[in-house]
Design a protein around this ligand. Structure first.
Ligand code: NAD
Ligand code: UDP
Length: 311
């Protein structure tokens, strides 16, 4: 049994991770400022004596005795992280500094939820960890991309300078139940629009690609990374390498929801990456991890979740 801090624990991935860690027998402190997370995501855990909920903002210091820290606190959807970009970059950078300080004091292992966005609009495809990326440092997405890149730097420097045990996960597009209704990302937008038989909003011509990982697979990957005994720090890509064009994804959602929705085309947001697909060779080799839930199965579970919210 370990004492584990999950920052952003009331968010989409954090809530699944907290639930799984409790099932595995650990004591969890779920820390969140509820900017994009919700008590609804963790309501079923409140009252469990292994679960503690703390309202706190990671840009401020936090003290507790813990063995492991999963640092997930940060809005992940472009709509949310661009709402207050200065706060977003503070969350990534000051949040990482505060959590690394805590890891140092407690001799805890810390896992940073990094992102495929560190590759920006990639010129190499699929993206291996060795690729250094193509990021616009002054664009609308930079508050997120550069904040996450800086957090990776901080993790690496605390590891080198203070011998902190760090883990860096580069998370690619992940989806599943507990995504917020107003999340604004493609999976939730398309499913909600399809369930309401409203037009599906494809940005650009839909030729851009993404690769979608079901949240249970992601949680398994994060836990394997945290607990690896070979001292593997990463960065390591975690995601599903099954690449799909956004236009084909729209058609798939229409099919799976048996929707009458049409497809409409809207302007492509600035700096929207044209293609994205993880090279997960390193995760396979070092963690013996790969996703096992195919996209249709994962989407059907996600559709069931959204049906309860919108129908
Ligand atoms: P989410 O927005 O659902 O969860 C983030 C959580 O962090 C929310 O509960 C939010 O309230 C909390 N939070 C935000 N700012 C905070 C702050 N300053 N202090 C304390 N709590 C704060 O997003 P998610 O999809 O669950 O993403 C979790 C992590 O994984 C994020 O760090 C994100 O960058 C990373 N990530 C996610 C994806 C994805 O596809 N879901 C992809 C790449 C990286
Ligand atoms: N997208 C879209 N319609 C939507 C929302 C998103 O076509 O209603 C596109 C978006 O432009 C991007 C892709 O879907 O090319 C994935 O967007 P998302 O916001 O989910 O995450 P990103 O991977 O860009 O961070």
């Amino acid at each position: 049994m370990k004492r584990i801090l999950v920052t952003g624990g009331a968010g989409f991935i954090g809530s699944h991770l907290s639930e799984r860690l409790i099932k595995d027998g650990h004591d969890i402190i779920c820390l969140d400022n509820f900017f994009t997370g919700s008590k609804d995501n963790i309501r079923h855990l409140i009252g469990n004596n292994r679960f503690e909920l703390v309202r706190h903002d990671v840009i401020n210091e936090y003290f507790a005795e813990v063995d492991q820290i999963y640092n997930l606190a940060c809005p992940a959807s472009p709509v949310h992280y661009q709402y207050n970009p200065i706060k977003t970059i503070k969350t990534s950078v000051m949040g990482a500094i505060n959590m690394l300080g805590l890891a140092k004091r407690c001799h805890a292992t810390i896992l940073q939820a990094s992102t495929s966005e560190v590759y920006g609009d990639p010129k190499i495809h699929p993206q291996p960890e060795s690729y250094r990326g193509n990021v616009n440092p002054i664009g609308l997405r930079s508050c997120y991309d550069e904040g996450k890149r800086c957090a990776e730097t901080l993790m690496s420097d605390y590891h080198r300078q203070n011998n902190i045990q760090v883990r860096i996960a580069r998370i690619f597009n992940t989806y599943g139940p507990n995504m917020a209704l107003n999340d604004g990302r493609v999976v939730s937008n398309f499913i909600i629009q399809a369930l309401k038989n409203e037009p599906i909003t494809v940005y650009g011509d839909g030729s851009q690609t993404r690769a979608f990982c079901y949240v249970d697979d992601m949680v398994e990957g994060l836990i394997k990374l945290m607990n690896n005994t070979i001292g593997f720090t990463g960065p390591v890509n975690l995601g599903n390498p099954q690449e799909i064009k956004i236009i084909d994804f729209a058609k798939l959602i229409i099919k799976l929801t048996e929707s009458k929705s049409s497809i409409v085309f809207k302007p492509l947001p600035s700096d929207d990456p044209a293609q994205r697909e993880p090279d997960i060779s390193l995760a396979r080799e070092k963690l013996n991890w790969q996703p096992c839930i195919n996209v249709e199965t994962g989407l059907l579970k996600t559709i069931e979740y959204f049906k309860k919210l919108v129908c």
